[in-house]
Ligand binder design. Structure first.
Ligand code: RNT
Ligand code: ZN
Length: 415
């Protein structure tokens, strides 16, 4: 194995690529694992079915049903994915000890177990208010509802979540990124598209008016093209949030599945980051619609990673995963997507950057195309395997055997 790595390393060195430097840089780039892949976005103590225009399909056995099961499953994923990781929680994952605590009343203490868990593993936490799967989502609207009482409830929820996030950041000494995604939209064509947008902006202003130290928490806003049952107009569209983030100094969240099918977020990064300081990514894979399929090694995934690496956005782009597949082993789904994200970053890190820059600058587009094509068949696998080995995670497909064992010993017993 070592000799294959050494040979591959030399191939890259001949192209001016420092593989050891690539490893070091990758060690510093965190990928935030979305807790909701483990239980089909169900959460705890929540009786409402998943709504808000998102959907999980499949009923593969072994879904995590309790906080303990979910944390055990995430531990499994942490042991299979190389590189730096964070955990992204939704407010749905509060632990209230069987007590009914409504969303506008959740407190940091309801996340005490998660904080302990994160502290022990030295992983940062990210957070999300949950504006769905709740009776106060009325006529498909929350923060943009015409009913003041509905808006008030969700504004309180947003504020409660930011206060929880602040505690995450403070206790873990690691800035939390809180993402606001609001499903609000219309199944059929509205007459007035402006008023709901004015109300959404106003509600967000009220949520963000509460001062939280940015050292502990920073907020992101996520746009969307459409959801199931909200096909004709989404209140929080791309233009809405691009404008909101720019004016209010928020992070812009770009979800790979939230645009027209031929539109890609990789191309948006260099534009958005000219005008907003930081971006949050929801790396996902939409198939025909925002279907949140497991992240695979697509051209777009590679392009997203390339944009981050080529423009040195390591600190300005926060990488999170966002998909939910209940049709296959959920731990495998998590692992495949997370390993692919990390792998795509490493691929981007070992591009012959200096050569590519040089030929492009010289206007030699022939060489640029030739090089970009040659790169595709360089001996990357031994480089990736070496990285996995150094991170103490399984090399190659060996992770799958561990998932199968866990399935036999743990998941299959969950009835
Ligand atoms: C929905 C958004 C949002 C959710 C999660 C669960 O379209 O992508 O990010 O997937 O918050
Ligand atoms: Zn998303």
């Amino acid at each position: 194995m070592a000799s294959m790595f050494d040979a591959a390393k030399q191939v890259y060195a001949d192209l001016g690529v420092d593989v050891e430097a690539a490893f070091k840089r990758l060690d510093q780039i965190a990928v935030s694992l979305h807790c909701w892949q483990g239980d089909d976005v169900t959460g705890f103590g929540n009786d409402a079915a998943l709504d808000g225009g998102i959907q999980v399909t499949g009923n593969y056995p072994g879904r995590a049903r309790t906080p303990g099961e979910l944390r055990a499953d995430i531990d499994m994923v942490l042991a299979l994915v190389p590189g730096k990781k964070r955990l992204n929680l939704h407010s749905l994952y509060a632990e209230t000890n069987g007590k009914k605590v409504d969303r506008n009343e959740i407190l940091p203490e309801h996340f005490a177990n998660w904080i302990d868990w994160a502290m022990e593993r030295k992983v940062g936490l990210d957070f999300n208010p949950s504006f769905f799967s709740h009776p106060m989502l009325k006529n498909g609207l929350t923060l943009s509802s015409p009913e003041a009482s509905v808006r008030k409830f969700w504004i309180e929820h947003g504020i409660a979540c930011r206060k929880i996030a602040e505690v995450f950041g403070k206790k873990l000494r690691n800035t939390c990124i809180t993402n606001f995604w609001v499903p609000d939209g219309f199944k059929d064509t509205p007459y007035d598209r402006l008023a709901p947008r004015e109300r959404l902006a106003d509600s967000l202003d009220r949520i963000f008016a509460v001062e939280i130290n940015p050292k502990y928490n920073r907020d992101a806003v996520e746009c969307k093209l459409f959801g199931i049952g909200a096909e004709s107009c989404t209140v929080g569209s791309h233009e809405f949030y691009m404008g909101y983030a720019m004016r209010n100094n928020k992070l812009l969240c770009l979800d790979a599945g939230h645009f027209h099918p031929t539109e890609v977020i990789s191309d948006k990064l260099s534009s958005c980051l000219l005008f907003v300081d930081e971006v949050l990514l929801h790396v996902s894979r939409g198939v025909r619609w925002d279907s949140d399929h497991v992240v695979t090694m697509t051209d777009e995934l590679k392009a997203i990673a390339e944009e981050v690496i080529r423009h040195n956005y390591d600190k300005r782009v926060h990488i999170g995963l966002d998909y939910f597949d209940g049709s296959i082993n959920r731990i495998a789904a998590w692992t495949i997507g997370a390993r692919n994200m990390s792998k795509a970053l490493l691929m981007a890190l070992v591009e012959p950057a200096a050569m590519l820059k040089k030929v492009e600058k010289a206007g030699d587009f022939t060489s640029r195309l030739a090089l970009l094509e040659e790169v595709k068949t360089l001996p990357f696998a031994p480089i990736w395997n070496e990285y996995c080995e150094r991170c103490n995670v399984p090399v190659g497909p060996a992770w799958l055997a561990e998932v199968k064992k866990y399935e036999a010993e743990v998941l299959s017993k969950r009835k």
